[in-house]
Design a protein around this ligand. Structure first.
Ligand SMILES: *[C@@H]1O[C@H](CO)[C@@H](O)[C@H](O)[C@H]1NC(C)=O
Length: 163
């Protein structure tokens, strides 16, 4: 999967850049859940477990930076599924990309890949975890995105969100 490859490459680049400057202690992750996509320095990885929250690109709506690579690893409680709603997305089409995976492993299938402009759309996981990634290339910025996530009972559907 080329997405995973590009995350892996970014991870290697981040590692290489880090080791040139000084040997920073590596952040502790859960290698068993995300071996390929677990170490990125540009805007970091965030882990959240719970009922929901916001996922907002750095500096939204005033423009994200070039060369960003952000990851959100979200896990619902009690076996619930996760819905992610994209309220607003404005990025450089084709190059600054929001990706949502159905799960938080390197093999998790892609639920959604978005760039350009979008609003009011939602995806639902098939199981209790979701990965949201955002990568930007080396030029051209835009406002970014504003998403939220929430846990959803296994029997519920996206109709809950009126979308
Ligand atoms: C994101 O969108 C939601 C829903 O429209 C809104 O309530 C919230 O204020 C927005 N957040 C930001 C940071 O703009």
């Amino acid at each position: 999967m080329s997405l995973i490859k590009s995350f892996a490459i970014l991870a290697l680049v981040a590692l290489a850049a880090g080791s040139v400057q000084k040997s920073k202690p590596m952040k502790k992750f859960q290698p068993e859940v995300a071996p390929q996509i677990s170490v990125r320095e540009a805007c970091g990885d965030q882990y959240a477990t719970g009922t929901g929250g916001s996922i907002i690109s750095p500096n939204y709506p005033n423009g994200y930076a070039n060369g960003e690579s952000c990851g959100w690893f979200l896990t619902a409680e009690n076996g619930n599924k996760i819905a992610v709603v994209v309220h607003d997305l404005q990025t450089e089409a084709g190059y600054d990309v929001l990706t949502i995976l159905d799960g938080i492993t390197g093999e998790s299938p892609v639920l959604l890949e978005l760039s350009g402009e979008a609003s009011n759309l939602a995806v639902l996981s098939t199981q209790p975890s979701i990965f949201v990634g955002f990568t930007t290339d080396s030029s051209i910025n835009a406002p970014g995105f504003n998403c939220s996530w929430s846990q959803v009972n296994p029997q519920d559907s996206l109709e809950l969100f009126g979308l």
